[in-house]
Design a protein around this ligand. Structure first.
Ligand code: ADP
Ligand code: MG
Length: 531
């Protein structure tokens, strides 16, 4: 049973005890406080200028796009105003070569093209009407404002937000590396490419996916006090939560409405504990980090999120393959296991390539509870080109994969618990046992079996939360969260155009129209598309 013993040793290195979890929470709270006081800390705590969460009565037709890391999603959302919505959407994988393109233009032109395809497919009438109108006038700017879609741009990378639709890229993460884009306003980059295609679309709001998730959860399940946290467990991981303005000590550059006394803070928790005060650090974590474009950064994310879990597993598997005592994925004697044929790995197996194992394989391993592990063995055979894996092989693989997934879930509980404690809601007498709402999104939390259960298990072991506290914490998937959330923020942005600067906005349009000798700008315009 050499293999089983060896696998147990590997599994043991991914243990993350209740005591570790509690230490993690204390350190998370400390780094949160630090980030609220000054810039440049590992937990960046970026102010979003969003000072209220929705209540479910919002209405209108909006567009949203989401550049997440793995996919680009384009959607339109009809908000019905009764906590429900109708969403139409398409999704394309981002070509790997564009993630490391020479210029930002290449990536953003691709994004604009996807918006055009979406409009033609799903809003053909709207699109054709716009094109017809354009042909009757002499300038692309001459479209009616009410025919312009307000678009919420979910851009899930660290951004210095300078206004509701303006923000400069601080750095790329999740394997993206286009130096040309760093420091540029990503909304302007997208609008430029949209304008080149003459699309009737205005980038109205820049949204972090975590903020979108928080908004979407608040719209769909408005409790007494709205959701407190939106969290992503997808390609990367991050969270945004509602903080009291009085705790935000660092100076704010932009203007904001302080009537609610609160502001949504984008924690950028992927960078939690880059200094490794408390994070676990196995040899495979070290190896993985060294091989990324951003070593020493996003150290929490590299132990938690979809982009990395498969790779950690791959590195651990490779080590076990090198171990001559363990007969992992090989047999010198085929009678030593339940297969007649010889177990072996193809030379071209993705196991030998960086990023070769997708995190979805961990989900397959966790989901397979058949006694023979036949589903996992099929997956190993078909996708990883391991031929005739034995039951022992599959059991070892499943045990290691499970340990990595479990550690990720328990680490996720650290961030969630710290934020729940930070908001003080558990002990707020006014809330009197009310649920504490948390919206989550991302393929990992959505598809990894029992991910949420493992989070709850850890939450119950945390000082200050315990059994009772864990019962009050309601973690719900904010389905299509980023789309709905982005639409809600685009709505807020359209409202701001209306209330604060409608007059300026229209007079600007008229001025442009005069310059271009146009007459298409309406005298009485309804600015919010679809309202
Ligand atoms: P994005 O981060 O681009 O918004 P997703 O939320 O879909 O996109 O997350 C994609 C990540 O989730 C990828 O890293 C992928 O490996 C991982 N993933 C996809 N499917 C699964 C699954 N079934 N189980 C676990 N992880 C998955
Ligand atoms: Mg996403």
């Amino acid at each position: 049973m050499a293999l089983e013993t060896q696998a147990k040793t590997v599994v043991g290195q991914f243990d993350y005890s209740d005591e570790d979890v509690n230490k993690g929470v204390v350190e998370f709270l400390r780094q949160m406080a630090e980030g609220l006081e000054k810039d440049g800390t590992s937990l960046a705590q970026i102010p979003t200028y969003v000072t209220a969460v929705p209540n479910g009565t919002e209405k209108g037709l909006y567009m949203a796009v989401d550049l997440g890391g793995t996919n680009f999603r384009v959607c339109s959302i009809q908000l019905n105003g009764d906590t429900t919505f109708r969403l139409t959407y398409t999704k394309v994988a981002i070509p790997r070569e564009l993630m490391v393109a020479k210029t930002a233009e290449e990536l953003f032109a691709f994004l604009a093209k996807q918006i055009e395809i979406f409009l033609r497919t799903h809003h053909g009438d709207h699109f054709e009407a716009h094109i017809r109108r354009r042909m009757t006038i002499s300038s692309p700017e001459g479209f009616k404002d009410e025919n312009v879609f307000r678009l919420g741009f979910t851009f899930s990378f660290p951004v210095q937000q300078l206004g509701i639709n303006k923000g400069t890229l601080i750095r790329w993460t999740k394997g993206f590396d286009i130096p040309d884009a760093v420091g540029k306003d990503v909304c302007a980059l997208l609008q430029t490419e949209i304008d080149k295609l003459h699309l009737p679309v205005k980038v109205a709001a820049l949204v972090n996916d975590t903020v979108g998730t928080l908004m979407a959860r608040s719209y769909s399940s408005p409790g007494k006090s709205g959701a407190i946290l939106g969290a992503i467990f997808g390609t990367g991981t991050n969270g945004a939560y509602v903080e009291k303005l009085s705790k935000l000590k660092k100076p704010l550059a932009g203007e904001y409405d302080n009537s609610t006394g609160e502001m949504v803070i984008n924690t950028e928790w992927g960078g939690f504990d880059n200094q490794l005060n408390v994070l676990p650090n196995t040899p495979w974590d070290v190896q993985l980090d060294k091989a990324t474009p951003n070593p020493g950064m996003q150290m929490y994310e590299k132990r938690v999120s979809g982009m990395y879990l498969g790779e950690i597993l791959r590195l651990a598997v490779i080590d076990l393959l090198k171990n001559t005592d363990a007969t992992f994925f090989k047999d010198d004697n085929s009678s030593s296991n339940d297969w007649k044929s010889t177990t072996n790995i193809a030379e071209h197996s993705p196991i030998y390539k960086q990023w070769g194992i997708d995190t979805s394989v961990l989900s397959v391993a966790a989901a397979d509870t058949t006694p023979e592990l036949s589903i996992l063995r099929q997956e190993l055979e078909c996708n990883l080109h391991v031929y005739a894996p034995s039951l022992e092989d599959a059991q070892a693989f499943k045990a290691i994969a499970g340990a990595i997934g479990r550690r990720a879930a328990r680490l996720s509980a650290v961030a969630i618990a710290a934020i729940v404690l930070q908001t003080g809601r558990l002990t707020d007498p006014e809330l009197d046992g009310e649920p504490i709402d948390i919206g989550v999104d991302g393929s990992l939390v959505e598809h990894y079996p029992y991910f949420r259960d493992m989070i709850y298990e850890a939450l119950r072991a945390i000082k200050g939360i315990g059994e009772e506290g864990a019962k009050r914490i309601r973690i719900g998937i904010a389905k299509d969260g980023s789309g709905v959330g982005a639409a809600l923020i685009a709505l807020v942005a359209a409202g701001m155009e209306k209330s604060t600067s409608t007059a300026d906005f229209i007079s600007d349009l008229r001025l442009n129209a005069k310059k271009n000798d146009l007459t298409a700008v309406p005298e009485h315009s309804e600015l919010a598309a679809g309202e």
